[in-house]
Design a protein around this ligand. Structure first.
Ligand SMILES: [Zn+2]
Length: 244
């Protein structure tokens, strides 16, 4: 599904799937953001890449280590793609550590015992400008939702796009932001809250998250809303008591 010029959604809710995967076409290659959770999602991604004639994936950026985002990384690496992630995510995917686990999911056919291990080709060590396949990204390492997550931004056609992973999700009708899952073994609400504060001043034009719907318009309000909601919530959960 084409989202805008040069960005496609190749896995996610429109494809009867929970995990969003995006493909970014550049003059020098094809970048995939996340890889889905199992063989079926790999199939969905490949079907969509073929349908849109996007060619071979040259780079994969992993937003974080949860298994529903990085399970198929090795498949794409075997197909010639370079895997890009933080140091903490590289540790997780190369050793199939508990950092991969996504306990809230229902079927664990994609558990760590069967996780196809691989090592990153390129590691993002620090925040800052990062060029991938000719496109500039503002990379930010975040640690609240999951250790070594990447929150990144790029400019396309004069619009700033935020690739949010599970840092922020969008509720139906763009009514409000939803904070990511709070069950990771290394989940840190204090760090997460600081990160929400830091990015609350960002005003992207679009937000493409790891789950749920896209935000193609009025996305500027979402990072602020996420922070305000988190500030008003209690205990370990940064999500106020509202249904998904
Ligand atoms: Zn996650």
């Amino acid at each position: 599904m084409q989202i805008c010029k040069n960005i496609y959604m190749v896995c996610g809710e429109p494809f009867s799937s929970m995990d969003n995967v995006y493909a970014i076409k550049t003059s020098e290659g094809l970048i995939l953001v996340d890889t889905g959770t199992d063989a079926r999602e790999y199939e969905v991604i490949m079907e969509n890449l073929a349908y849109w004639g996007l060619g071979t994936v040259t780079h994969v950026i992993l937003t974080h280590a949860h298994i529903n985002h990085c399970f198929n990384a090795k498949r794409f690496q075997d197909g010639g793609a370079k895997i890009i992630c933080s140091r903490a995510v590289d540790e997780a995917i190369s050793s199939a550590s508990d950092r991969l686990i996504d306990y809230h999911n229902r079927e664990l056919e994609y558990n760590v015992k069967t996780f196809p291990k691989c090592s990153a080709d390129i590691i993002v060590e620090n925040d800052g400008d990062f060029e991938i396949a000719g496109l500039h990204f503002d990379m930010n390492i975040i640690n609240g939702h999951s250790k070594g997550g990447l929150l990144f931004f790029c400019m396309l056609e004069g619009r700033q796009i935020m690739f949010a992973g599970d840092f922020i999700h969008i509720s139906p009708f763009n009514r409000h932001a939803i904070i990511g899952w709070e069950g990771d073994l290394e989940y840190d609400d204090a760090v997460y809250l600081e990160e929400l504060k830091r990015f609350s001043t960002y005003e992207p034009d679009m937000i493409l998250s790891g789950h749920h719907q896209l935000c193609m318009r009025d996305a500027w309000q979402i990072p602020k809303n996420a922070y305000v909601r988190a500030c008003s919530s209690k205990h370990r959960s940064l999500n106020p008591n509202v249904p998904y």
